[in-house]
Design a protein around this ligand. Structure first.
Ligand code: FE2
Length: 316
């Protein structure tokens, strides 16, 4: 299934993000925001929220109450047969064993990365789409010559993301952090830009990035990104958020690194939730050549100007 496993000299690697945990000051406000975004928000007795997507029970995020908005932890998932090897890799790479985040599922291996982020390694199957080829045709390009091709507003259904695509974190010592995630979790660097941002994918096939890092003087939370089927959903999502009173954001536009169409809704705590469509995919076994870009060609190929504070770490 995954041929890397047969070679004991190779690193074992995680295959996906299981979920992330976020601390916010007000769960009531969080419920409003994430419902408006199109996620299922489920209250869990014991004072946290689960974010589900795509009409399934799958939990993609847990939201906890706290003093200020910050990452609680990030959970990655690996095949059970890789678990012990990855645990050993994490320790060798400089990870420090840690106690589980209170009220998070305590299974697996908990550790802190080299800049203090709390991370959980869990075991399980891949349950994100495995894309085998490039045969994806945008439905935006499918035109019927004799039909009206756009719905009227009253016919538009709520935009509901299908799943979590990736998260972006601010980190100090960004290059050392990326080296840790390569050596410890077997992740691979997809693209990076001038010491400012770095994008990482999983060796068993994943989106262009499942984790991205932005350079800062401290750790911090930047955004989570959620897959929607098409560019139309990105635009409708932006309209949906503005109609719900969450008027601030960035987009619609198209990224260069990852190629996805995007709209970032600014959340009530100054970070972002992204609608993403058609992000690049790197299948397992592909010899992807990491590319380093200049700082002028990292953010977007078209779209409105980015907000001046888009890459400011409010947790510094
Ligand atoms: Fe993103």
């Amino acid at each position: 299934m995954h041929e890397e496993m047969s070679n004991m000299g190779e690193l074992a690697g995680i295959h996906s993000i299981d979920h992330f945990g976020l601390v916010v000051p007000d769960l009531r406000v969080a419920t409003e925001f994430f419902w408006a975004f199109g996620l299922d928000v489920v209250e869990i007795p014991g004072s946290n929220l689960e974010l589900r997507a795509g009409g399934t029970q799958r939990c993609w995020a847990r939201i906890f109450p706290g003093w200020s908005r910050t990452l609680a932890y990030i959970a990655f998932r690996c095949f059970p047969e890789d678990f012990e090897r990855i645990c050993a890799q994490i320790v060798r790479a400089g990870g420090t064993p840690a106690t589980p985040f209170p009220e998070a599922p305590p299974d697996g291996y908990w550790f802190r990365d080299i800049v203090g982020n709390l991370v959980q390694l869990r075991q399980g199957p891949i349950d994100v789409p495995v894309k085998l080829n490039r045969g994806v045709v945008s439905t935006a390009l499918q035109r019927d010559a004799v039909a009206r091709n756009v719905l009227i507003r009253s016919e538009i259904r709520e935009v509901q993301p299908l799943r979590l695509s990736h998260v972006m974190l601010f980190v100090p010592r960004m290059e050392a952090v990326m080296a840790f995630y390569v050596q410890g979790l077997g992740m691979r660097i997809t693209d990076s830009a001038d010491g400012l941002v770095g994008y990482m994918h999983a060796m068993h096939g994943s989106d262009h990035h499942i984790v991205a890092f932005a350079a800062s003087s401290a750790t911090g939370w930047h955004h989570s990104s959620w897959e929607v089927p098409d560019m139309d959903d990105v635009g409708s999502g932006a309209t949906q958020m503005r109609a719900a009173g969450f008027r601030d954001g960035w987009g619609v536009g198209r990224h260069i690194l990852g190629s996805n169409y995007f709209y970032y809704a600014r959340d009530p705590w100054g970070s972002f939730c992204e609608y993403a469509a058609h992000i690049d995919y790197i299948p397992a076994g592909v010899d992807w050549k990491e590319r380093t870009h200049g700082r002028d060609e990292i953010l977007y190929i078209w779209g409105p100007d980015s907000p001046s504070d888009f890459t400011v770490n409010s947790e510094v």
